[in-house]
Design a protein around this ligand. Structure first.
Ligand code: TYD
Length: 134
């Protein structure tokens, strides 16, 4: 199974401001079928709290910072995202929670599939059962 990892994205630095870009299958290992973003997240809120059967994602803190907790059933990992040019690749079958959003932060998510509620495991027990073969 593919592992979660931080991917450094291209950075064009410029006195007028920096620029980062992401190309599908070049800087992320999938076709980008959907983009969404979280913003105006109140202090203390937790997002995520689910896993996906087929969806792969890249999560980028385009502004501010937050933590991402990942659990594949064998290993729990925590990532602090606080750079606009670092993406966290999240493979399939990964329980995720996002927390500690700084004020004004924006969480950009590049996704390999369109939104489909049937792709979600919304319960941690259901997810664990699926990992153990259903
Ligand atoms: P959810 O995936 O639970 O949010 P998060 O993981 O960021 O905490 O989605 C919250 C709601 O938004 C849920 O009702 C489904 C809806 N939604 C869409 O309609 N389209 C999307 O692309 C996403 C990500 C969510």
């Amino acid at each position: 199974m593919d592992a979660p990892r931080l991917i450094e994205l291209p950075r064009i630095t410029d006195p007028r401001g920096n620029l980062t870009f992401v190309e599908a299958n070049e800087h992320v290992p999938f076709d980008i079928k959907r983009v969404y973003y979280l913003y105006d997240v109140p202090g203390g809120a937790t997002r995520g709290g689910h896993a996906h059967k087929a969806l792969q994602q890249m999560i980028i803190a385009v502004a501010g910072s937050f933590r991402v907790l990942l659990d594949d059933g064998r290993r729990e990992q925590e990532f602090l995202l606080n750079r606009s040019y670092i993406g966290l690749y999240v493979p399939t079958m990964m329980w995720r929670e996002l927390e500690d959003f700084s004020s004004g932060s924006v969480c950009l998510v590049l996704a390999s599939l369109p939104y489909d509620e049937a792709d979600y495991y919304r319960g941690r027990d259901e997810f664990r059962r699926a990992l153990n073969g259903g």
